[in-house]
Ligand binder design. Structure first.
Ligand code: GDP
Ligand code: IMO
Ligand code: MG
Length: 409
C-alpha cells in the first residue's frame, strides 16, 4: 500500500471504519477528505467500541498521523469533544492530528438551517449541507479564519448582517475560543501529504458516506453535499491523481440506507426486522434505524465505475448466515424496460421492480472463519457471483465487527 483510497460503495455505513482500522496497521498517514461529523465510523478494539465522526479511524493505532483534509467541513465543538472522548479513553491525540487550514467551519446557523430544511432529505442535522452551500457561495469561514481575529470578525459580520436570529458577538466570542484551542493542529496538509508521498510514506484516504450519497453520482437530491467518491479524495486533500495506487470500495453483503430517498431492494417488514436486529442496523451518528435490503448489483456496479475501484471489501457476510435463500438485484424493471445501469431519473429507482436472481444460503455460522477457503461453499459461491456481476476482485471479507473477524483473499 502506498496511496490507497477507501470509499463506501453503497449508501454509507458499509463498515469503512472497520476496514480502515485494519488497513491502517500498514499505513503511515490516514486522511479524511470530505463530509463532516455526519459520518459515524465504528471501530471495535477488543471489547471497546469507538465511533469516530471527524477524526480518521487510524487514530486507534499508535504512532499514526491522522489528517483532516481541506474537503472536510468541521464543527469545532464536535471536533474538540471527539478529541476529549479519545483522550479520556487513553488514545493519544496530541502530536498525531493535523487539520487543514482550508477546511470549512460549521457555524451555529448552518445547524439551525439544516434542522429546518433538511427533513425532506432526512439529513443528520449536523449543518453539513448549509456549510457546503456557503463554501460554494464563497462566503464560508475556513479554519485559517478561525485563528485570524480580523478575518473572522469581517466574514462573520458579513454573513450575519441581516440576521435577527443570530448574535454576532456571541458566536464570535465562542468561535474565537475554538480557534485558540485548535490552532496548534492546523497545517498546510497538502504540503505535508505531498512531501510524505515523495518520501514513499503509505497514505490511506478515508472516505465518509458512500457513492450513492455523493453529490454528483448519488441518488440526487437524496444525497449528502460532498464528493464521497474517489475523486473527492484528490480535491479534498490536494493530492494529484497520478499519486494514487489503489481504490478500495467497501460493500456490505446486503444493502442499507438511513435517511430518505429511493431504495429499490428494501426488504418487507419481517425480513427487515430480522436483518436489522442481526446486523445491529442503527445509525452510528443519529441512532436512527437503517432500512435494509438485498444486495443491489446495479448501484454497486455504478460505484465500481465512478470510483474506478481496484477491488472491493465485503463486510457483514455473517449477517446472512441464517438466510435459506439470498437474492441479488441485477436490474430494475420500469415501464416495460429493464435497466442494467444506474439511472439518473430518481423516479425509476422509486417505482421500479427489482430483477432478482436467487441463491441458496449457507445456513452456517461464519463468525470465526479465518480464511476464504474455510467459508461454507455457498458463501464462496455468493461472493464469487458478486465479483462476477461487478467485474471486480474481492480483496477482503469481513465476518464480524472485531478486528480479527476479517481476512484478505
Ligand atoms: P461506516 O460508517 O462505513 O464506518 O460503518 P458504520 O460503523 O456506520 O456501520 C457498520 C457497522 O457494522 C458497525 O457497527 C460495525 O461494528 C459493524 N461491522 C463492520 N463489519 C462487520 C462485519 O463483518 N460483521 C458484523 N456483524 N458487523 C460488522
Ligand atoms: P458514514 O460515513 C449513512 C445520509 C443522511 C441523509 C443524507 C444527507 O457513517 O457512512 P447530511 O447530514 O449528510 O446532509 O444527510 O445522507 N448520511 C449518511 N448515511 N452513513 C453516513 O456516513 C451518512 N452521512 C450522511 O442520513 O440521508
Ligand atoms: Mg457510519
Amino acid at each position: 500500500m502506498s496511496c490507497t483510497i477507501v470509499v463506501g460503495a453503497q449508501w454509507g455505513d458499509e463498515g469503512k471504519g472497520k476496514i480502515i482500522d485494519i488497513l491502517a496497521r500498514d499505513a503511515d498517514i490516514i486522511v479524511r477528505y470530505q463530509g463532516g461529523n455526519n459520518a459515524g465510523h465504528t471501530v471495535v478494539v477488543g471489547e471497546d467500541h469507538f465511533v469516530l465522526h471527524l477524526i480518521p479511524s487510524g487514530i486507534l493505532h499508535k504512532g499514526k498521523t491522522c489528517i483532516i483534509g481541506n474537503g472536510v467541513v468541521i464543527d469545532p465543538e464536535a471536533l474538540l469533544n471527539e478529541m476529549n472522548m479519545l483522550r479520556k479513553r487513553g488514545v493519544k491525540v496530541d502530536g498525531n492530528i493535523l487539520i487543514s487550514e482550508s477546511a470549512h467551519v460549521i457555524l451555529p446557523y448552518h445547524k439551525v438551517i439544516d434542522k429546518r430544511r433538511g427533513a425532506k432529505i432526512g439529513t443528520t442535522g449536523r449543518g453539513i449541507g448549509p456549510c457546503y452551500v456557503d463554501k460554494m457561495a464563497r462566503c464560508g469561514i475556513r479554519m485559517a479564519d478561525l485563528v485570524n481575529k480580523d478575518a473572522l470578525k469581517k466574514k462573520l459580520r458579513a454573513n450575519l448582517e441581516d440576521s435577527k436570529e443570530f448574535d454576532f458577538r456571541k458566536i464570535y466570542n465562542v468561535y474565537s475560543i475554538y480557534g485558540r484551542r485548535i490552532k496548534k493542529y492546523l497545517a498546510n496538509v497538502s504540503v505535508v501529504l505531498n512531501k510524505a508521498i515523495a518520501k514513499k510514506k503509505r497514505i490511506l484516504f478515508e472516505g465518509a458516506q458512500g457513492t450513492l450519497l455523493d453529490i454528483d453520482h448519488g441518488t440526487y437530491p437524496y444525497v449528502t453535499s460532498s464528493s464521497a467518491t474517489a475523486g473527492g479524495a484528490l480535491t479534498g486533500t490536494g493530492v494529484g491523481p497520478t499519486k494514487i495506487d489503489k481504490v478500495i470500495g467497501v460493500v456490505k453483503a446486503y444493502t442499507t440506507r438511513v435517511g430518505e430517498g429511493p431504495f429499490p431492494t428494501q426488504f418487507e417488514t419481517t425480513l427487515l426486522d430480522k436483518i436489522r436486529r442481526k446486523g445491529k442496523e442503527f445509525g452510528a451518528t443519529t441512532g436512527r434505524p437503517r432500512r435494509c435490503g438485498w444486495f443491489d448489483a446495479v448501484i454497486a456496479k455504478h460505484a465500481c465505475m465512478v470510483n474506478g475501484l481496484s477491488e472491493i471489501a465485503v463486510t457483514k457476510l455473517d449477517v446472512l448466515d441464517e438466510m435459506e435463500k439470498i437474492k441479488i438485484c441485477t436490474g430494475y424493471k420500469y415501464k416495460s424496460k429493464t435497466y442494467r445501469d444506474f439511472p439518473a431519473d430518481i423516479d425509476i429507482l422509486d417505482k421500479c421492480t427489482p430483477v432478482y436472481e436467487e441463491h441458496d444460503g449457507w445456513m452456517e455460522n461464519t463468525n470465526s472463519v479465518k480464511k476464504y477457503k474455510a467459508l461454507p461453499k455457498n458463501a464462496r459461491l455468493y461472493l464469487e457471483r458478486l465479483s462476477e456481476l461487478l467485474d471486480v476482485k474481492i480483496g477482503m471479507v469481513s465476518v464480524g465487527e472485531k478486528r480479527k473477524q476479517a481476512f484478505r483473499i
